[in-house]
Design a protein around this ligand. Structure first.
Ligand code: ADP
Ligand code: 5GP
Length: 199
Protein backbone atom coordinates (compact mmCIF):
# COMPACT_ATOMS: atom_id res chain seq x y z
CA UNK A 1 0.00 0.00 0.00
CA UNK A 2 1.20 3.53 -0.81
CA UNK A 3 1.96 5.70 2.19
CA UNK A 4 -0.32 8.50 3.33
CA UNK A 5 0.28 12.21 2.86
CA UNK A 6 -0.37 13.91 6.19
CA UNK A 7 -0.60 17.68 6.22
CA UNK A 8 -0.07 19.17 9.68
CA UNK A 9 -0.86 22.84 10.22
CA UNK A 10 -1.65 25.02 13.19
CA UNK A 11 -0.63 28.34 14.69
CA UNK A 12 3.01 28.99 15.39
CA UNK A 13 3.74 27.70 18.90
CA UNK A 14 0.95 25.11 18.92
CA UNK A 15 3.54 22.34 19.04
CA UNK A 16 3.74 21.04 15.46
CA UNK A 17 7.52 20.77 15.43
CA UNK A 18 7.61 19.00 18.79
CA UNK A 19 4.94 16.52 17.70
CA UNK A 20 6.63 15.85 14.37
CA UNK A 21 9.99 15.10 16.02
CA UNK A 22 8.27 12.48 18.20
CA UNK A 23 6.34 10.95 15.29
CA UNK A 24 9.55 10.58 13.31
CA UNK A 25 10.73 8.06 15.91
CA UNK A 26 8.11 5.70 14.42
CA UNK A 27 9.38 3.76 11.40
CA UNK A 28 6.44 4.58 9.14
CA UNK A 29 6.79 8.37 9.13
CA UNK A 30 9.09 10.58 7.03
CA UNK A 31 9.18 14.36 6.98
CA UNK A 32 9.02 16.49 3.87
CA UNK A 33 11.83 19.01 4.32
CA UNK A 34 10.77 22.47 3.25
CA UNK A 35 12.72 25.32 1.77
CA UNK A 36 12.62 28.65 3.58
CA UNK A 37 14.16 32.11 3.51
CA UNK A 38 13.92 32.56 7.28
CA UNK A 39 17.08 32.58 9.38
CA UNK A 40 18.31 29.35 10.88
CA UNK A 41 17.43 29.01 14.59
CA UNK A 42 20.03 27.80 17.05
CA UNK A 43 20.33 24.02 16.78
CA UNK A 44 18.68 23.79 13.37
CA UNK A 45 20.53 22.02 10.57
CA UNK A 46 20.39 22.67 6.81
CA UNK A 47 18.80 19.65 5.12
CA UNK A 48 17.32 18.33 8.38
CA UNK A 49 14.97 21.07 9.56
CA UNK A 50 14.85 23.13 6.37
CA UNK A 51 16.78 23.90 3.23
CA UNK A 52 17.77 27.51 3.98
CA UNK A 53 17.63 29.71 0.88
CA UNK A 54 18.15 33.34 0.00
CA UNK A 55 15.17 35.20 -1.43
CA UNK A 56 16.78 35.05 -4.88
CA UNK A 57 17.38 31.29 -4.63
CA UNK A 58 13.82 30.73 -3.45
CA UNK A 59 12.36 32.78 -6.29
CA UNK A 60 14.49 30.75 -8.68
CA UNK A 61 12.91 27.56 -7.29
CA UNK A 62 9.45 29.04 -7.89
CA UNK A 63 10.38 30.02 -11.44
CA UNK A 64 11.75 26.55 -12.18
CA UNK A 65 8.55 24.94 -10.91
CA UNK A 66 10.44 23.00 -8.22
CA UNK A 67 7.81 23.46 -5.50
CA UNK A 68 4.50 21.71 -4.89
CA UNK A 69 3.28 24.73 -2.98
CA UNK A 70 4.71 27.81 -1.37
CA UNK A 71 3.52 30.68 0.79
CA UNK A 72 4.63 33.91 2.33
CA UNK A 73 4.44 33.69 6.13
CA UNK A 74 5.41 36.61 8.39
CA UNK A 75 7.88 38.12 5.89
CA UNK A 76 9.50 34.89 4.71
CA UNK A 77 8.95 32.35 1.96
CA UNK A 78 8.28 28.70 2.80
CA UNK A 79 7.73 25.93 0.24
CA UNK A 80 7.57 22.18 -0.30
CA UNK A 81 10.06 20.77 -2.84
CA UNK A 82 8.53 18.38 -5.38
CA UNK A 83 11.26 15.78 -5.37
CA UNK A 84 11.01 13.29 -2.48
CA UNK A 85 7.26 13.23 -1.67
CA UNK A 86 6.06 10.95 -4.45
CA UNK A 87 9.12 8.76 -4.15
CA UNK A 88 8.71 8.29 -0.38
CA UNK A 89 4.98 7.61 -0.57
CA UNK A 90 5.54 4.97 -3.27
CA UNK A 91 7.99 3.25 -0.92
CA UNK A 92 5.12 2.97 1.57
CA UNK A 93 6.19 5.63 4.08
CA UNK A 94 3.68 8.11 5.47
CA UNK A 95 4.95 11.55 4.64
CA UNK A 96 4.33 14.51 6.92
CA UNK A 97 4.06 18.00 5.46
CA UNK A 98 4.30 20.47 8.33
CA UNK A 99 3.10 23.59 6.55
CA UNK A 100 0.93 26.66 7.13
CA UNK A 101 -2.65 27.04 5.94
CA UNK A 102 -2.20 28.78 2.56
CA UNK A 103 0.18 26.03 1.48
CA UNK A 104 -2.15 23.36 2.87
CA UNK A 105 -4.96 24.68 0.69
CA UNK A 106 -2.72 24.40 -2.38
CA UNK A 107 -1.84 20.80 -1.41
CA UNK A 108 -5.55 20.04 -1.02
CA UNK A 109 -6.17 21.04 -4.64
CA UNK A 110 -3.22 19.03 -5.87
CA UNK A 111 -3.63 15.96 -3.62
CA UNK A 112 -7.29 15.65 -2.62
CA UNK A 113 -6.48 12.30 -0.99
CA UNK A 114 -4.09 13.87 1.55
CA UNK A 115 -5.14 13.97 5.21
CA UNK A 116 -5.39 17.38 6.84
CA UNK A 117 -4.75 17.73 10.56
CA UNK A 118 -4.96 21.02 12.44
CA UNK A 119 -3.01 21.28 15.68
CA UNK A 120 -4.02 23.77 18.35
CA UNK A 121 -2.85 24.77 21.79
CA UNK A 122 -5.67 24.43 24.35
CA UNK A 123 -6.10 28.25 24.68
CA UNK A 124 -4.81 31.41 23.04
CA UNK A 125 -3.08 32.34 26.31
CA UNK A 126 -1.22 29.04 26.33
CA UNK A 127 -0.25 29.55 22.69
CA UNK A 128 1.21 32.96 23.51
CA UNK A 129 2.99 31.54 26.54
CA UNK A 130 4.58 28.74 24.48
CA UNK A 131 5.67 31.07 21.72
CA UNK A 132 7.26 33.50 24.19
CA UNK A 133 8.94 30.81 26.27
CA UNK A 134 10.36 29.10 23.15
CA UNK A 135 12.42 32.27 22.87
CA UNK A 136 13.32 31.84 19.20
CA UNK A 137 11.73 35.00 17.78
CA UNK A 138 11.99 38.69 18.54
CA UNK A 139 8.96 40.16 20.39
CA UNK A 140 7.68 41.90 17.23
CA UNK A 141 7.85 38.61 15.30
CA UNK A 142 5.99 36.85 18.14
CA UNK A 143 3.26 39.52 17.81
CA UNK A 144 3.06 39.00 14.06
CA UNK A 145 2.80 35.23 14.50
CA UNK A 146 0.01 35.65 17.08
CA UNK A 147 -1.90 37.94 14.72
CA UNK A 148 -1.47 35.36 11.98
CA UNK A 149 -2.66 32.64 14.41
CA UNK A 150 -6.10 34.31 14.62
CA UNK A 151 -6.44 34.19 10.83
CA UNK A 152 -5.27 30.58 10.72
CA UNK A 153 -7.72 29.46 13.41
CA UNK A 154 -10.60 30.69 11.23
CA UNK A 155 -9.66 28.12 8.58
CA UNK A 156 -10.02 25.09 10.87
CA UNK A 157 -12.96 23.76 8.83
CA UNK A 158 -10.66 23.09 5.88
CA UNK A 159 -9.06 20.29 7.95
CA UNK A 160 -10.28 16.72 8.44
CA UNK A 161 -9.10 16.45 12.05
CA UNK A 162 -8.42 18.76 14.97
CA UNK A 163 -5.82 17.74 17.53
CA UNK A 164 -5.61 19.81 20.70
CA UNK A 165 -2.05 19.65 21.94
CA UNK A 166 -2.66 19.91 25.67
CA UNK A 167 -0.92 16.71 26.73
CA UNK A 168 1.85 16.11 24.20
CA UNK A 169 1.59 12.36 24.68
CA UNK A 170 -2.15 12.35 23.91
CA UNK A 171 -1.70 14.56 20.85
CA UNK A 172 0.91 12.18 19.42
CA UNK A 173 -1.30 9.17 20.17
CA UNK A 174 -4.21 10.84 18.40
CA UNK A 175 -2.17 11.36 15.25
CA UNK A 176 -1.09 7.72 15.36
CA UNK A 177 -4.77 6.68 15.66
CA UNK A 178 -5.75 8.92 12.75
CA UNK A 179 -3.02 7.39 10.60
CA UNK A 180 -4.03 3.84 11.51
CA UNK A 181 -7.74 4.48 10.91
CA UNK A 182 -7.09 6.17 7.58
CA UNK A 183 -5.22 3.07 6.45
CA UNK A 184 -8.26 0.90 7.20
CA UNK A 185 -10.45 2.79 4.74
CA UNK A 186 -12.00 0.49 2.13
CA UNK A 187 -10.52 2.48 -0.77
CA UNK A 188 -7.09 1.08 0.14
CA UNK A 189 -8.28 -2.51 -0.23
CA UNK A 190 -9.26 -2.64 -3.94
CA UNK A 191 -6.20 -4.63 -5.01
CA UNK A 192 -6.35 -6.92 -1.99
CA UNK A 193 -10.00 -7.86 -2.65
CA UNK A 194 -9.30 -8.23 -6.37
CA UNK A 195 -6.50 -10.71 -5.75
CA UNK A 196 -8.69 -12.69 -3.31
CA UNK A 197 -11.34 -12.95 -5.98
CA UNK A 198 -8.84 -14.11 -8.59
CA UNK A 199 -7.71 -17.06 -6.48
P1 ADP B 1 5.37 25.00 16.40
O1 ADP B 1 6.27 24.06 15.66
O2 ADP B 1 3.92 24.69 16.18
O3 ADP B 1 5.67 26.45 16.16
P2 ADP B 1 6.82 24.04 18.76
O4 ADP B 1 6.82 22.58 18.55
O5 ADP B 1 8.08 24.79 18.50
O6 ADP B 1 5.60 24.74 17.96
O7 ADP B 1 6.33 24.29 20.27
C1 ADP B 1 6.29 25.59 20.83
C2 ADP B 1 6.79 25.52 22.27
O8 ADP B 1 5.82 24.83 23.06
C3 ADP B 1 8.10 24.76 22.42
O9 ADP B 1 8.89 25.41 23.38
C4 ADP B 1 7.66 23.36 22.89
O10 ADP B 1 8.63 22.75 23.71
C5 ADP B 1 6.39 23.68 23.70
N1 ADP B 1 5.37 22.61 23.67
C6 ADP B 1 5.02 21.81 22.63
N2 ADP B 1 4.02 20.98 22.99
C7 ADP B 1 3.72 21.27 24.29
C8 ADP B 1 2.77 20.74 25.22
N3 ADP B 1 1.91 19.75 24.90
N4 ADP B 1 2.74 21.28 26.46
C9 ADP B 1 3.60 22.27 26.80
N5 ADP B 1 4.51 22.82 25.98
C10 ADP B 1 4.58 22.33 24.72
P1 5GP C 1 8.74 28.28 11.45
O1 5GP C 1 9.39 29.56 11.01
O2 5GP C 1 8.13 28.40 12.84
O3 5GP C 1 9.61 27.07 11.28
O4 5GP C 1 7.49 28.04 10.46
C1 5GP C 1 6.54 29.06 10.26
C2 5GP C 1 5.33 28.48 9.54
O5 5GP C 1 5.69 28.04 8.23
C3 5GP C 1 4.72 27.26 10.25
O6 5GP C 1 3.32 27.40 10.25
C4 5GP C 1 5.14 26.11 9.37
O7 5GP C 1 4.20 25.05 9.41
C5 5GP C 1 5.13 26.78 8.01
N1 5GP C 1 5.88 26.05 6.98
C6 5GP C 1 7.03 25.34 7.12
N2 5GP C 1 7.39 24.81 5.94
C7 5GP C 1 6.45 25.17 5.04
C8 5GP C 1 6.26 24.91 3.64
O8 5GP C 1 7.02 24.22 2.98
N3 5GP C 1 5.18 25.48 3.06
C9 5GP C 1 4.30 26.25 3.73
N4 5GP C 1 3.27 26.73 3.05
N5 5GP C 1 4.44 26.51 5.05
C10 5GP C 1 5.50 25.98 5.68
Amino acid sequence: MEGLKLVLSGPSGSGKGTIVQELLKDDNFKLSISATTRNKREGEIHGVHYFYKTKIEFEEMIKNNELIEYAHFCDNYYGTPKAFINEVVKEGFDIILEIEVQGALQVKRRYPDAIFIFIMAPTFEELKERLISRNTELPEVVEKRLERAREELLLFKEYDYIVINDSLKDAIEQIRYITKSEKLKSKHYKEHIQSMLEN
